[in-house]
Design a protein around this ligand. Structure first.
Ligand code: KG4
Ligand code: ZN
Length: 414
């Protein structure tokens, strides 16, 4: 494990003593009798260092998170070595805070669950090394977690949702549609062929210099676009939703991003505005971008629902669509999805915003789900590695494309 060696001012491998000291810092013993199994979840796959303790019934006993957003907003994107350093600086404190808040002593844990895939290699490495050291010292089982599976199953912590259900994950790093048939049984119906929608919104917001906008300076790119879009007219720009002819459930955002970039350049010329200053048409552009993305996401999701219904893959009496990820907090996009679920007689469910974005609770909960199902619980961590790239489930996107389902046009009156 790598931790900050303060005297030397460099990162170094920690000694076993460091971990003993960390464990000794828990000088409390709760004295409580925990009737349920307890899982510590640790998440470091991207730019959030997060940990939580969750019990078998879904009670969140303690959680802590350190967000790097502010740092990355300043540099205009995530720089992996910076993210790694911040994870190293914070992981011990965050795990300690989650455990202390839970009043659970490390010895009372049933297992330690940690994200090992997919994500940024340098970030995943910090969480995994720390966890392996902890597992070794505590002699606890280790549960490796797939980050996207954890996002997909979070809804089962907050709502009574049975398998199977459809999930749409949209964030800065993810964009996929999958059928969830069990704790570790996923069918991938489609994914972004290039960048994720949040990534695109962040890039557009940066290009529009929204960080300089007095109302948006502390907001993520996606949130800033949603905020500004309310003041704009989406009809002033006509961006075409991507992939209209491809009758599959894949997504694409980089072509649209390129078109928007060109449009912004043209507007800067027309308005005599220098790059880096805010265009008078920024709100109209934000509104049109948001609308176009919402229509694209809604259409692909609509097709996924129709495909699942055609193949009888969803519960007939109560078909459920779960939407999660940072972009899922966008109310305009949610409204577009609601139009789709209303038209297809599905129930639309979203976890609360704090569980939509990366967090330790979803990792601990995934550990609980796996513990209950007896899936992927390791008593030896020999040879365990993180995997920066790792698909979700069995990829049937080709079959979805071959079905070439024509999606009926819906009026997107949002
Ligand atoms: O799930 P998340 O916290 O991190 C990962 O990307 O994994 O999602 C962050 C992304 C960012 O791209 C951010 O711009 C976007 O979610 N986002 C939004 C909104 N709030 C955050 N996008 C659209 N509308 C929002 N209200
Ligand atoms: Zn995520």
């Amino acid at each position: 494990m790598l931790i900050l060696n303060k005297t030397a001012g460099v990162f170094s491998k920690p000694s076993k003593r460091n971990m003993y000291e960390f464990l000794r810092s828990f000088n409390f013993h709760s004295g409580k009798l925990f009737l349920h199994k307890l899982v510590l979840g640790i998440e470091t796959s991207c730019d959030d260092t997060a940990a939580a303790v969750v019990d078998e019934t879904g009670n969140v006993l303690g959680e802590a998170i350190h967000s790097q957003t502010e740092v990355h907003l300043k540099t205009g994107g995530i720089i992996p070595p910076v993210a790694q350093q911040l994870h190293r600086e914070n992981i011990q404190r965050i795990v300690q805070e989650a455990l202390s808040a839970s009043k659970v002593s490390p010895s009372e844990l049933s297992a330690i669950a940690t994200t090992i895939k997919p994500g940024l290699a340098l970030s995943l490495g910090v969480g995994l090394s720390f966890s392996l050291q902890l597992v070794d010292q505590l002699k606890k089982p280790f549960i490796p977690i797939h980050h996207m599976e954890a996002h997909a199953l979070t809804i089962r912590l907050t709502n009574k949702v049975e398998f199977p259900f459809l999930v749409l994950l949209i964030s800065g790093g993810h964009c996929l549609l999958a059928l969830v048939r069990g704790v570790s049984d996923f069918l991938l119906l489609g994914k972004s062929l290039d960048i994720a929608p949040g990534d695109m919104l962040d890039k557009v917001a940066r290009r529009l210099s929204l960080i300089k906008h007095p109302e948006c300076s502390t907001m993520s790119g996606g949130k800033a676009i949603e905020h500004l879009a309310k003041q704009g007219n989406k009809l002033h720009f006509d961006f075409k939703p991507p992939m209209q002819r491809a009758r599959n459930c894949d997504f694409s955002f980089s072509g649209l991003h390129h078109v928007i970039d060109k449009m912004i350049m043209q507007k800067e010329k027309e308005e005599g505005v220098e790059k880096g200053q805010i265009l008078s048409s920024a709100a109209d552009i934000a509104a049109a971008v948001q609308h176009t993305i919402a229509c694209h996401i809604a259409k692909r999701t609509h097709r996924a629902i129709l495909f699942c219904k055609q193949r009888d893959l969803l519960c007939q009496s109560n078909a459920v669509l779960v939407v999660s990820g940072g972009v899922a907090s966008n109310l305009y996009i949610r409204k577009a999805l609601e139009i789709v679920t209303d038209a297809t007689q599905c129930t639309l469910l979203c976890p609360p915003p704090r569980l939509c974005t990366d967090n330790g609770i979803m990792i601990a909960w995934n550990g609980v789900e796996r513990l209950r199902a007896g899936l992927g619980i390791l008593h030896s961590t020999e040879g365990i590695r993180y995997e920066p790239k790792c698909p979700l489930g069995a990829d049937i996107s080709k079959e979805v494309g071959e079905a070439a389902i024509k999606v009926p046009r819906l009026k997107m009156k949002i």
